[in-house]
Design a protein around this ligand. Structure first.
Ligand code: UDX
Length: 441
């Protein structure tokens, strides 16, 4: 099948490569000429395991092409996937500027039947407004061309996106048009191999499904973070509690790891957007408000522990913290809404210096933090320790899981470790002679 993908970010490029992988002819369109030029050279501008090799192979074999010209992408395509960003707008709701620009451009340039697929996370009702925008442009041209607008939300996790696309838990398609549903079923047949994985529903329900899924997951995280905070106060160990509750199959073990709060491009934005949507229709979503508030507080949990620890030693001002991990989670270079940024802001506002390292997010972090003179991004995890009074770990990269504790101890002014991801055993750290602080234990 011929597919046009508009937007070459995490969602667009992963979808494009994975569609091409199954033999489809895919044209990627992006307004950023630098990105397109780099892609034509086989360079992928985002870090996503397995993606670069897949992009290169499909590009070399001619199934994947890149252009800044939407008309070229539309020419032979039946499907037009809208994968552009929907950043958080000023009032907390999703900013649909880019989605509507794509709709407008498609309406201006399409010349035959198209299935326009919204893959970007968009509020309920967006498919209707996209349809209206496309129709408006067709009317201006005096053309009567048939088209359909479908919601096909994306559930990819960064860091594992290629796998998620190739082996999805489910593929949700929102459309009232039976023929369109059949075409999407064929397109996704190589991925959603069993029948139950393909879930067809109304457009608004599909749009709502994406928000409900992300808000449910965010709720699980805020829930376990709240339990962790209570565990600390009452002398319980949240690791044992997680084990104890996860054994109940109605609860399950997944997505109840306490830590430094959720970050990334989806959860913070989507929770706020659904709050905005609900309020817009006169409903105050008390649970979602709490999920959001608990998360904001959790992002400073380690900073507050550090502040408390150093309070008796004249405060953190003038002291130096070694920081391992900057990305919002492991296996990504993404710094969007990363808890590390909140921690750095909190501590440098108090005058603490931070020497930080991340296996891949270093360059992105350097760009974001370049105006903060108290922050230095190091090239090696052990280099951060030179001249530091304590070490904090906030991203669960594998290379931090089994470090050389003797080396850390020798390099730090005193052996103090703050662990925002519960990576280490308190007993082991005590045996190694560390003052050790983690979450919920
Ligand atoms: C998420 C959803 O998982 C995905 O389905 C959706 O399409 C996009 O948003 P992503 O943002 O890539 O994907 O990351 P995810 O792995 O889900 O983690 C989100 C955040 O939650 C991270 O900051 C992570 O560290 C945190 N988290 C996750 C926890 O704190 N505890 C957990 O148990 C799980």
């Amino acid at each position: 099948m011929n597919i046009c993908i508009v937007g070459t970010g995490y969602v667009g490029l992963v979808s494009a490569a994975c569609f091409a992988e199954m033999g489809n002819a895919v044209t990627c369109v992006d307004i950023n000429p630098d990105v397109i030029e780099r892609l034509k050279k086989g360079e992928v501008h985002i870090y996503e395991p397995g993606l670069e090799a897949m992009v290169r192979r499909n590009f070399q074999e001619g199934r994947l092409t890149f252009t800044t010209d939407l008309a070229e992408g539309l020419k032979d395509s039946l499907f037009v996937f809208c994968c552009v960003g929907t950043p958080e707008g000023e009032d907390g709701t999703a900013d649909l500027r880019y989605v509507h620009q794509v709709a407008r451009d498609v309406g201006r340039q399409m010349n035959d039947y198209k299935i326009i697929v919204d893959k970007s996370t968009v509020p309920v009702g967006t498919a209707d407004s996209v349809r209206a925008t496309v129709q408006e442009e067709l009317d201006k041209r005096g053309l009567n061309i048939e088209f359909d607008v479908v919601s096909n939300p994306e559930f990819l996790k960064e860091g594992d996106a290629v796998n998620d696309f190739l082996k999805p838990d489910r593929v949700v398609v929102g459309t009232d048009n039976v023929r369109t549903a059949e075409l999407l079923k064929s397109l996704y047949a190589p991925y959603a191999r069993s029948r139950e994985k393909m879930i067809i529903m109304g457009v608004r329900s599909a749009e709502m499904t994406k928000y409900a899924a992300n808000c449910m997951l965010a709720t699980k995280i805020s829930f376990i973070n709240e339990i962790a905070n209570i565990c600390e106060k009452v002398g319980a160990d949240v690791r044992d509690v997680r084990h104890g509750i996860g054994a109940d199959h109605r609860i399950g073990y997944q997505f109840i790891y306490p830590g430094v709060g959720y970050g990334g491009s989806c959860f913070p934005k989507d929770v706020k957007a659904l709050i905005g949507t609900a309020q817009g229709v006169g409903y105050e979503p008390q649970l979602l408000n709490a999920v959001d508030e608990v998360n904001d507080r959790q992002k400073t949990v380690i900073a507050r522990k550090i502040e408390t620890y150093f309070a008796e030693q004249g405060g953190v001002k003038g002291k130096t913290l070694a920081l391992w991990g900057l990305a919002f989670k492991a296996n990504t270079d993404d710094m969007r809404e990363a808890p590390s940024l909140e921690l750095i802001r909190h501590l440098t506002d108090l005058g603490m210096r931070v020497r930080a390292f991340d296996p891949v997010a270093g360059p992105n972090a350097r760009r974001i933090l370049q105006d903060n003179p108290l922050v230095e991004i190091c090239e090696d995890q052990y280099e951060t320790l030179n001249g530091a009074e304590a070490l904090a770990v906030v991203t669960e990269w594998n290379q931090f899981r089994n470090p050389e504790f003797a080396r850390i101890k020798a390099a730090l002014a005193a052996p103090i470790l703050f662990d925002g991801r519960n990576l280490y055993s308190p007993a082991l750290l005590a045996a190694e002679g560390f003052a050790y602080f983690c979450v919920g234990r």
